[in-house]
Design a protein around this ligand. Structure first.
Ligand code: GTP
Length: 416
């Protein structure tokens, strides 16, 4: 009934009753079979400071042991590491890519810590767009690496969000579905956790950060999603350790005073996160990525490239016209830049010439001064020499006179 109502709303489509079975009801099965054959792909981005529990939570979520390398705290500029795995459960194949930040927020200057993350998300959109724009596209076997969800790990301070958290989530919220989680929530008391959650949500709202809301438009999941939206941000605990509790092996963290059970709803929200992320909304996350975030990216990029949608009463511009217009615009910009660079070059040459002239004058001045000083010194030495020579002459004369006076008396004394 709903379907025929929907069809009849469109004036060009007439709803007709079928008088026998034609097999339309097999369409959903065809879709399911095709999807099962192709497998699914899901790309998950973990953003959080070093050692906050990203890898442990991934291992716990997917009940497996992904290769985990401890990240250093000395990354000069944060970066991301992406790894792709093939998972299979009951005949359903999932190509899962986990992207994790390395050194996020470790830098002294955290102003641009979000940049490598934004660049990564954009780069995946760009490579999908480039594939779409190819004449010979192969989207069916293209590895779609667009990020479907970003788990943002909040430190369990119990206090408030850091400005880095707000800035990063704000930069990401229009590019990716952001789900904030309170990491290592076993380190915070129940009462503190409650007020911490409220504080986080009110800070997100007042900063205009739009986190992903579990959809409530599909009535099959509207109830559960509506309730779960009220539990955000999920307080999670990660562990792959199996511990014996009441003769049952459970995953948890053993402390001297007891065991924190990961899958116990009264201990933490891990199960809620897993349900919402994987069982209920994985497909919506994929769809939102394509229909909302990628669409926005694509629109902006195509506008940048010079494409415009045609207005109703205008003749559509051909690809050639668009290309020519864009090329002319580019050439105009290019010539402008070229002219500007020429002017800059001429100015620079003039400045260098003036500097060289100044330096030459300075050198000449120093040379003249040294020459003057040298001549004065020479004169002074010559005068000194002249005086010395005069002194020597008079000394020699005196010596000769003395010798002359001494000579006869010496010979007279000898004769005696
Ligand atoms: P890098 O990739 O090196 O940045 O670290 P990470 O964020 O992946 O953290 P990782 O999962 O390696 O965990 C770091 C430490 O925190 C390990 O000793 C974990 O056992 C511990 N840890 C992980 N999850 C939790 C948790 O929920 N609660 C507590 N208390 N500790 C946790």
């Amino acid at each position: 009934l709903l379907f025929s109502e929907c069809l009849s709303q469109d004036r060009k489509v007439r709803a007709l009753p079928l008088s026998g079975h034609v097999g339309l009801d097999a369409l959903p099965d065809q879709l399911v079979n095709k999807s099962l054959g192709q497998g699914f792909c899901f790309n998950l981005l973990c953003v959080g400071e070093t050692g906050i529990g990203k890898s442990t939570l991934m291992n716990t979520l997917f009940s497996t042991d992904f290769e985990n390398l401890e990240s250093p705290h000395f990354e000069p500029r944060g970066k991301l590491r992406a790894r792709t795995y093939g998972l299979r459960e009951n005949g359903v194949q999932l190509k899962l890519t986990i992207v994790s930040t390395i050194g996020f927020g470790d830098q002294m200057n955290q102003q641009d810590s979000y940049q490598p993350i934004v660049d990564y998300v954009d780069a995946q959109f760009e490579s999908f767009l480039q594939e779409e724009l190819k004449i010979k596209r192969s989207l069916h076997n293209y590895h779609d690496s667009r990020v479907h969800v970003c788990l943002y790990f909040i430190a369990p301070s119990g206090h408030s969000l850091k400005s880095l958290d707000l800035v990063t989530m704000k930069k990401l919220d229009r590019k990716v579905n952001v789900i904030p989680v309170i990491a290592k929530s076993d380190t915070i008391s129940r009462a503190e956790l409650h007020s911490f959650k409220m504080k986080i949500m009110s800070e997100l709202v007042s900063s205009g950060v739009q986190i992903y809301q579990f959809p409530t438009d599909d009535e099959t999941v509207a109830g559960i999603n509506g309730v779960m939206n009220g539990h955000l941000p999920f307080a999670v605990v990660g562990s792959t350790e199996a511990i014996n509790v009441g003769n049952k092996l459970v995953r948890g963290r053993q402390y001297p005073w007891g065991v924190v059970q990961v899958e116990n709803g009264s201990h933490c929200d891990f199960v809620k996160l897993r349900e919402m992320l994987i069982s209920v909304n994985m497909n919506d996350l994929r769809e939102q990525t394509h229909a909302r975030h990628y669409e926005l990216y694509r629109r902006c990029r195509l506008q940048e490239m010079g494409f415009r949608d045609t207005e109703p009463n205008r003749k559509p511009a051909s690809l050639h016209q668009t290309y020519t217009a864009r090329r002319q615009e580019y050439l105009r910009e290019f010539h402008g830049v070229e002219e500007e660079m020429k002017q800059m070059f001429v100015q620079k040459v003039k400045r260098t010439e003036a500097e060289l002239k100044d330096a030459e004058e300075e050198l000449q001045f120093r040379f003249e001064r040294m020459k003057r000083l040298h001549q004065q010194e020479k004169k002074r030495l010559e005068e000194k020499r002249r005086i010395l020579e005069e002194d020597m002459n008079s000394f020699n004369k005196m010596r000769a006179a003395v010798e002359l006076l001494q000579a006869p008396s010496f010979s007279t004394a000898g004769k005696k």
